[in-house]
Design a protein around this ligand. Structure first.
Ligand SMILES: *Cc1c(COP(=O)(O)O)cnc(C)c1O
Length: 224
């Protein structure tokens, strides 16, 4: 199948109100341009250097999402243009994004990453850490970040019930946090969950953004 056909097939499986983020990491600019020609405008990358290089080279109306782990010292490179940072996993990082937003005179939209998978991972707040961070309140003083919602990744497993459970737990946490801290805000509305192998389960569980790479661009070759 050609990329054009894969994109069309994918879109049939994703409701129109759900945002499709085309995860283009490791794939060349030419592949992005192919999807761009079919109308796809939202792309996700997980490495700052690759994101910046592609942003410079490709059309200006592309919406670039940073979906990977972000180090504080690299925020400055993406702050001028990034449309959404998905992986905010500490107050320190949120404060750095705020500082860079101020320098760039723009409010930077962010998602707080929550660790929902059974697998041990260094990244993401635990639900308890997230509650503590939000309750402490310091984040509310940040003027140049806008917390738009939550992001999470399910365990990499064949066990469908487990993946469903994990997505459901993130949706429940999302609703809890929304009610407690963002009841008056229309900005807190995004739940970024679901990838090539599990986006349909994620959508069923209430995802508003799916991050799809290999199902669109094919397998990644990290040795290129
Ligand atoms: C690579 C990546 C994806 C896309 O993965 P696929 O399985 O290729 O769809 C989604 N989210 C994050 C955070 C990623 O790093």
């Amino acid at each position: 199948m050609m990329l054009k056909e894969r994109l069309a097939a994918l879109k049939k499986r994703i409701p129109p109100q759900t945002c499709l983020i085309a995860v283009s990491k490791t794939h060349p600019a030419s592949s992005i341009l192919e999807a761009y020609a079919c109308g796809q405008r939202v792309y996700g990358e997980n490495k700052v250097q690759e994101l910046c290089a592609k942003q410079e080279e490709l059309p200006g109306d592309i919406e670039w999402h940073m979906i990977g782990h972000l180090q504080s010292n690299k925020v400055k490179y993406i702050a001028p243009f990034v449309a959404l940072i998905h992986g905010v996993d500490s107050l320190k990082l949120l404060k750095t994004i705020d500082k860079e937003g101020r320098k760039n005179k723009r409010i930077i939209p962010c998602l707080l990453q929550v660790h929902i998978a059974e697998e041990s991972s260094k990244f993401g707040f635990s639900p308890e850490e997230l509650r503590e961070m939000l309750a402490a309140g310091a984040w509310q003083e940040l003027e140049f970040v806008e917390v738009r919602g939550l992001m999470g990744m399910a365990t990499f497993t064949e066990d469908k019930a487990q993946v469903q459970r994990e997505f459901h737990s993130l949706k429940v946490l999302f609703d809890e946090v929304k009610e407690r801290y963002f009841a008056d805000s229309s900005d807190f509305k995004e739940l970024s969950m679901g990838m090539s192998d599990d986006f349909e389960l994620a959508i069923e569980a209430g995802s508003t953004m799916v991050r799809v790479g290999s199902a669109l661009f094919g397998a990644r070759d990290y040795n290129l």
